[in-house]
Design a protein around this ligand. Structure first.
Ligand code: UN1
Length: 542
């Protein structure tokens, strides 16, 4: 994988069964090369990733600028057909692409197939949007005058994405951007660059022209410098960023200096309220899926279960039993979750665990730390102090329900942390790993306050049989997405996706709502009266 201009890899080789590209390339010297490794088998190098320097990012933006006018001149329904081609090609290569996702970031096979399906769904939606992309006709306050609105492409979009959804989330930006007539510079996560390349190759094969999507793997420092230069040179018109709140703040400030408002999709500490009348088995199933799916590394992952005190003991008992019965491990197998994304994420999660270990005790079947073959302990029914990872340090012997080699990858125990208090860091901060906090509440107002307390505002959920509670929760919670009797994660590809507060700047992706990110409104007024009519002054509205 290299610094790509025009969507073509240096060596031009198709990877993992995906279709080869057809676009042109322009070579620039990479700054350095880093391996992208399989987090389930750390000796398996998936790709050598050539990282670009800031000048390559700037060059990519210039290439995107050069390609943009021509691409925007392609009629929108024809651009929609190219998106339709992409959806078909992704479907034709779905199994190979999903295998690559599993291999490069450790996402379990079934989830990886779901991720690929999300691209297909996105393409299906935006293929049709090519025949809509509506503007409006608006009445004028004056006679013989007509007003209109048009959606125009924003121009060049710089897309910076995380690796937890290495192909689906990028497609949420790139597909509507292309449909709208924008061109793209895409900075993928370095540890997911082979997935990015595969998707770009499919785009080229679908008919996306040279220069329209420019894949540029780069580290954080080069990205910020390259982006700043591109903003200063006026060759980037919009930034789309999915990643941490911290980096989002930085990008927001940088864009602000150039009077741009980026599309920011940041972290979450997503609450799930379990009301006294909740179907507890359903709530537990959702908690396990949302807390441990993708090893808890979704922006929509469950953070804290906020459980009514009358059902708290029973909820924890059932959650504990469900987690004990879950199978984790080798992501090519049928597991709840596999390894963490890469070494940096594993280290970040380990830091959270260190902090938690100092402040908490752990309940039931769950233990904490890196799984070692020497012991993946259980201690069902008892309360066990958290112990650091290491051979022989786990109580209870090897964990039931682990498949694969626990020493070969970045595996962590599932953790259920009961008794979390609002002052705890684990209550307030996103952990991005396989851990669920549990706390209690007495009144719905208190539950809503607890849900809002961390200051994120991405996803949320309530389990209740009572419609009034569900609607009150919806109104009170400051989250962009609210689920009733459903999981915090697993958003559909055509509903607005995004958050507020520490989760983002209110921008929304997906469906027709993302069009406000990838297009700008232009208004037009057309006077056919033959004289100058002045708004407000010549207006006869009583
Ligand atoms: C993310 O983690 O950045 O709703 C996106 C979901 C997925 C997308 C998550 N469809 O969980």
């Amino acid at each position: 994988v290299g610094a790509l201009i025009g969507g073509r890899p240096r060596d031009g080789r198709p990877r993992d069964g995906c279709a080869p590209p057809g676009a042109a390339e322009a070579e620039l010297t990479p700054v350095r090369t880093v391996p992208s490794t399989n987090p389930a088998r750390l000796d398996d190098v998936v790709a050598e990733v050539e990282l670009a320097g800031p000048e390559t990012i700037l060059a990519a933006a210039v290439a995107a600028r050069d390609a943009q006018r021509t691409w925007a001149d392609v009629p929108a329904p024809v651009r929609g057909s190219v998106i339709g081609n992409l959806g078909r090609l992704v479907a034709d290569n779905a199994a190979a692409l999903a295998r690559l996702v599993t291999r490069e970031i450790g996402k379990p096979a079934a989830e990886a197939r779901g991720e690929v399906q999300e691209i297909i769904d996105t393409c299906e939606f935006f293929r049709g949007e090519g025949r809509r992309l509506y503007g409006e006709t608006v009445p004028s306050e004056m006679p013989d005058k007509q007003l209109f609105t048009f959606r125009e492409p924003v121009g060049v979009m710089m897309v910076i994405t995380a690796g937890n959804f290495p192909v689906a989330v990028p497609s949420w930006y790139i597909v509507p951007a292309l449909l709208a007539g924008d061109t793209v510079v895409w900075k993928p996560a370095e540890y997911a660059a082979a997935c990015a390349q595969a998707l770009v190759e499919l785009m080229a094969a679908a008919g996306v022209p040279a220069g329209a999507v420019n894949l540029v793997p780069a580290d954080g420092a080069a990205t910020s410098l390259g982006l700043e230069r591109a903003l200063a040179a006026g060759v980037v018109d919009k930034v789309g960023f999915t990643g941490s709140t911290e980096v989002g703040r930085f990008i927001g400030a940088l864009c602000g200096r150039y009077l741009q408002s980026p599309c920011l999709e940041l972290g979450g500490k997503n609450p799930m309220v379990v009301a006294p009348d909740a179907d507890l088995d359903a709530a537990v199933e959702a908690a396990v899926f949302a807390g441990f799916g993708t090893a808890g590394q979704r922006c929509t992952s469950l953070g804290t279960a906020i459980v009514h005190e009358s059902v708290h003991a029973e909820f924890v008992r059932r959650l504990d039993a469900a987690v004990s019965a879950a199978v984790v491990g080798d992501p090519t197998r049928d597991v709840l979750y596999g390894p963490l994304l890469d070494a940096r994420f594993a280290a970040g999660f380990a830091d959270h665990l260190d902090l938690i270990r100092d402040h908490h005790r752990i309940f039931g079947s769950t233990a904490v730390g890196r799984i070692t073959s020497a012991g993946f302990g259980t201690s069902a029914g008892s309360s066990t102090p958290l112990t650091p990872a290491g051979p022989g340090r786990w109580p209870g012997g090897p964990r039931r329900g682990f498949v694969g080699d626990p020493d070969s990858g970045l595996y962590y125990h599932p953790v259920v942390l009961d008794g979390v208090r609002p002052d705890d860091e684990v209550f307030r901060e996103e952990t991005f790993g396989p851990i669920i906090g549990v706390t209690t509440y007495r009144s719905l107002d208190e539950a809503i306050d607890l849900a809002n307390l961390p200051g994120y505002g991405l996803s949320s959920s309530i389990y209740t049989g009572d419609a009034a509670s569900a609607f009150r929760f919806r109104r009170g919670v400051r989250a962009g997405m609210v689920s009733v009797n459903s999981s915090t994660s697993g958003a559909e590809a055509h509903l607005p996706f995004g958050g507020n507060g520490r989760s983002g700047n209110g921008s929304r992706q997906s469906g027709r709502w993302v069009l406000d990110q990838v297009t700008r409104w232009q208004s037009m007024n057309w006077d056919y009266s033959g004289r100058l009519q002045k708004a407000q002054l010549d207006t006869a509205v009583p």
